[in-house]
Design a protein around this ligand. Sequence first.
Ligand code: TXA
Ligand code: MG
Length: 322
Amino acid sequence: MTERLAADAAGIAHAAELLRAGELVAFATETVYGLGADATNASAVAAIYEAKGRPRFNPLISHFPDADAAFRHAAADARAREAAQAFWPGPLTLVLPRRDESDIAALATAGLSSVAVRVPGHGIARALLAATGRPVAAPSANRSGRLSPTRPAHVIAGLEGRIAAILESGACEVGLESAIVDLTGATPVLLRPGGISRETLEAVLGPVSIASEMGAAVKAPGMLASHYAPVLPMRLGATAPEDGEAWLGFGIEPPTLPPVSRNLSPAGDLVEAAARLFDSLHELDAAAELAGLQRIAVARVPERGLGAAINDRLARAAAPRS
Ligand code: TXA
Ligand code: MG
């Protein structure tokens, strides 16, 4: 059963408590309803993907009550501060370098060194975020492949019984997801058009290029910034490690293991495996290089449930690159 919470003080306090306990709570923003989870809790973030039935681990947007809170996790330069001043709270998401001290789970950023942050222009949402006191990861609150929800009924139709609660606060004003601007490079890049037009952004940020106009080459696997890949090559669907390989297991281990090995979930639990995926890859990659190993062998992960998203991400990480 999904709890229906009224957007009053008691409802907001209860929703914040659920989020802090690792549960999923849908809430309205000015753009669309978001499916929120504590972004610092890898299992809670994995539960988002499971509830949505999302076949891929895209990096998620972390939501904050104000710019100061956001910039404790994302490093803001002068441009970022100007954009925040001009457009926050509002339908703008900034992609910025992630701060070393940020405790946002690697699954929420898909293992990237950047992080997407946003301060929504919706009073109830900001009250919830302030009460939660942690970054809240939130994609749109719909099943994968369905339309983004702008009313509580849309959320309930897709996610009833799959999430702990919905904080009900009417229809969303904008109805279109936030504009996403990448400020990690020299020139701002519009990664996703959205609630603020390019012209309006350019009035504050100067020239903004558009990701889709940057040429087909950028779309090649491994080149997109959002495809984290280990330094070492990978061998997927392995039954046992060979000489010179580190091992990333799932479920029961083969009889002999190399000195550098991890297991995504000894119990064969796909939610646990998802929660550990990016941390395990980062750790293995670093340790394997140090140990002079040449490759990472990865056990077969079943395609059911979150296994599809895990396998999608492993395939991208293993794709040939220059
Ligand atoms: O309006 C919105 O932005 C809504 C509401 C709920 O806030 N949220 C939303 O989240 O649309 P989502 O998960 O559907 O959009 C996340 C997108 C990813 O698909 C990716 O394109 C981009 O944000 N993104 C997130 N982190 C990124 C990063 N570090 N680098 C590049 N792109 C990133
Ligand atoms: Mg969406």
